[in-house]
Design a binder for this molecule. Sequence first.
Ligand code: NAD
Length: 501
Amino acid sequence: MTGMRTIEHWIGGKSTSGSPSGTAPVWDPATGAQQAEVVLGSAADVAEAVRVAAAAFEEWSQSSLSRRAKVLFAFRELATARAGELAELVSSEHGKVLSDARGEVDRGLEVVEFACGIPHLLKGSFSDQASTDVDVFSFRSPLGVVAGITPFNFPVMVPMWMHPVAIACGNTFILKPSERDPSPSQLVAELWQEAGLPDGVFNVVQGGKEVVDALLDDPGVAAVSFVGSTPIARYVHERGTATGKRVQALGGAKNHAVVLPDADVDYASDHLVAAAFGSAGERCMAISAAVTVGGAGDALVEAVSAKASAMKVGPGRDPSSEMGPIVTREARDRIAGYIGSGAEQGARVAVDGRGLVVPGHEDGFFIGPSVLDHVTPSMDAYRDEIFGPVLSVVRADTVDEAIALINANPYGNGTAIFTSSGEAARRFKRGVTVGMIGVNVPIPVPMAYYSFGGWKDSLFGQSRIHGPDGVDFYTRTKVVTERWPTVSAHSAASYHFPTST
Ligand code: NAD
């Protein structure tokens, strides 16, 4: 298409179109119009990126901790100064409202701040005189070229869960962003270069399955971090580990919030509405199921419905919008389908966002916040990850029944409880088979100095992302046992297995 802006790869410190296998449209979800095209990379582009990143590893892996920390601090300054611009790019291609996009950039920067402490994080341990005249110590080495494959819903934050930590640990990095919102990664690449990161340490290869498969199969890639839907996470984990790579693959979610009768209805409904409809529900930590216990249901549904109906839906760039459009037309139609199937299968549609029209944006990919009441576990709207602004309300008689419902779900990413009972909250925290738990906090995304990750079908592999697990994932440990014998005290080697003396 003539005159259409083209978003390219970033390999070896410059923008390049490489040897594309095609292009994909990048939409403006608020208008429904195509705003750019992104090149779809090929196996040849991956091979070139791996070659460049492997060459850059030779120098970067030997860089001092002081130098790495200086680059990290400079990157943090530059990205903070350009945070507004990054947020605008996110909002324009993803559709989320600007304040939410800014929040994602800020949460990503927290991981950069964590990685600025890399000299401390990479400290090994030392045991003096572990045996007579013998010391034992450990230290960490980087892995080599590592790759990150990321979803559309956080095009700045999710890659930042990976690359600052990987690079700080001395690795070189290849990012394969979502083809739906590829532009922020280009700006991030430029900021790394401006911060003094040597060319080839951070690379971006745009594309889809062909690029992912080439990264998974390339013997030059030592590790893969993936975040996306569960079927692809499972696939990436299986294919990547089959070729001997380290793989952490974070998948989808169905996050439940349990509301007890002793919860403050106003507080719980405020937070539920924000957690279900913020970012149009396109968050892996969005609350998509509210489980009301005992008599909590009717008052909660009434309050949530009133607040959902009052939300202002509009283009993300309009500061008065509280919720933006859905990322693509197909995703919007899929979400609408779940409201229909919920009604057909016996749920009550308390708030129906289908048919919402935003004046002046009639072709935008909009759908309003929606609430389904009296949902049961057999309904499609409950079983599937809808990934849109639909809150399903399920009724339970007891806390234990609510916990059992959560535990029967294949996903285990996040969950929350609203209550004023410490006893119930404790039972809940200890009982649920879920990785991240909020008590009166609906979206319990851990701070950067903890690690992020769910249980069950929400995470494949042993390692969670960023925080201490991130440092473990991107390094290998050596343990050295060392003796410096003096010639006069030299004792003969023995043939039994070494024991301490
Ligand atoms: P997705 O799985 O469709 O895509 C993720 C990445 O995989 C993209 O880079 C995409 O290009 C690539 N991909 C897609 N299909 C592929 C295929 N067949 N083979 C190889 N690669 C493929 O996910 P999405 O729609 O971009 O993002 C939404 C999903 O991500 C939701 O399920 C959400 O819950 C999940 N998510 C999870 C977390 C988490 O931390 N657990 C965080 C954010 C998003």
